[in-house]
Design a protein around this ligand. Structure first.
Ligand code: NDP
Ligand code: MG
Length: 386
């Protein structure tokens, strides 16, 4: 029986994880979970899973839920997340919160020798160097949940490091893949939230449309697989059938294909190296799909992807700035405070204004993250847009 801490139980990945877990009650049990402010779904999840511990977003919500569920222990805020992730009996932590709030509980769990099933890519972008070093020190596995990274992880299995020439990450292109930059000036939130192939949380859907998500994934891949940026390629693959590939020294390509169903990579992260059937599997028939398409990524059309390689190569806290600025900007767009193209402009401004002269420590990276958020928030307040 694998005992799981599920951070972000009310979200899209959280819901898919609960599906996987409930399909195999004899194999998995979620013993702790967190959610932020979706009370209704949070209550449903608590009733369904009967966890020992629940972390929530506020003290008021914690107090309220304690009355309703006296048999369960509750916590709130960062401490609640950390406690859920480090409960003594937890074997593996599935990090499915959005944004950099995932960092502290992930680090705390690694230090307590819990394996990590990582959906929360922002954690690795913000502080990949320190997260991976801690995982190595405490001999903890970081198992990718992101579909591209799960695909690469599967292709890399059994390959001596020297065999691998390149990683090829596929990109669906997001909701605006067929629009010109001119056409982007007037797009709405509603349009941005219509992803052609995947159903996901709001922030990652916006990130997919700006190609920020692919940028974050490039940096995530760099840290997860210890591969230089020059050996990470991105191709546009509108079909979302090939989840990603690796290229070997002799030119052979290995790819992982499958339905657009996040339960597959989630389940593999939980059962690795074993494989189990997916209950109520989505139909996947290559003869129905018929053709696959691959196109060059246009770095001018998607400047956030070009910027990811640039901040990634600079290292230090540059990726931290890139991620923090985007978190604020993407959420401001979701809240209707800025127009769509201001997301890119704000991320570019934050990265351009940041200057690093000496090597940064983990503590400094956290400071940079906070400062960037403050800066971007103040730019939004001052100008509405930029
Ligand atoms: P959702 O927005 O659907 O869910 C986010 C979850 O995090 C919810 O449970 C939410 O709680 C919680 N949460 C939000 N803000 C906070 C906060 N400040 N503190 C604590 N908890 C918080 O996101 P997704 O499930 O789509 O994505 C989660 C992560 O997985 C992201 O990092 C994303 O990039 C990654 N990912 C997602 C994929 C997908 O298919 N969705 C694919 C690959 C990666 P509440 O709802 O109660 O407020
Ligand atoms: Mg992905």
């Amino acid at each position: 029986m694998k005992k799981i801490a599920l951070l972000g139980a009310t979200g899209s990945i959280g819901t898919n994880t609960i599906d996987v877990v409930q399909a195999y009650p004899e194999r998995f049990k979620i013993i702790s979970l967190t959610f932020h402010r979706n009370e209704q779904k949070g209550r449903e999840v608590i009733k369904k899973l009967h966890p020992q511990f629940v972390g929530v977003g506020s003290l008021a919500l914690k107090n309220q839920l304690e009355k309703e569920f006296p048999e369960i222990r509750f916590g709130f805020g960062e401490e609640g997340l950390v406690e859920a992730a480090t409960l003594a009996d937890v074997d593996i932590v599935l990090t499915a919160v959005t944004g950099s709030v995932g960092l502290m509980p992930t680090m705390a769990a690694i230090r307590r020798k819990k394996d990590i099933a990582l959906a929360n890519k922002e954690t690795l972008v913000m502080a990949g160097q320190w997260v991976m070093a801690a995982a190595k020190e405490h001999q903890v596995k970081i198992l990718p949940v992101d579909s591209e990274h799960s695909a690469i992880f599967q292709c890399l299995e059994g390959q001596p490091v020297g065999n691998v020439k390149e990683l090829v990450i596929t990109a669906s292109g997001g909701s605006f893949r067929d629009l010109t930059r001119e056409e982007l000036k007037t797009v709405t939130l509603e349009q941005a939230l219509k992803h052609p192939n995947w159903s996901m949380g709001k922030k990652i859907t916006i990130d997919s449309s700006t190609m920020m998500n692919k940028g974050l994934e490039v940096i995530e891949a760099h840290w997860l697989f210890d591969v230089e940026y020059d050996k990470i390629k991105v191709v546009l693959h509108k079909d979302s059938v090939v989840h990603s590939m690796i290229v070997l020294q002799d030119g052979a390509y290995l790819a992982q294909l499958g339905a657009s169903d996040m339960r597959e990579p989630i389940q593999y992260a939980l059962t690795y190296p074993e494989r189990l059937a997916i209950k109520n599997e989505k139909e996947f028939d290559l003869t129905q799909i018929g053709q696959l398409h691959f196109d060059k990524m246009d770095f001018q059309r998607f400047p956030m992807l070009a910027l990811a390689f640039s901040v990634g190569k600079k290292g230090g806290a540059y990726p931290t700035v890139y991620n923090a600025a985007n978190e604020i900007a993407a959420n401001a767009f979701i809240e209707g405070k800025i127009p769509y193209l201001a997301i890119e402009a704000l991320v570019e401004k934050a990265v351009n204004e940041y200057e690093e002269t000496t090597e940064v420590t983990f503590e400094e990276v956290i400071k940079v993250d906070k400062e960037t958020r403050k800066n971007v928030e103040s730019w939004i307040k001052k100008e509405g847009n930029i």
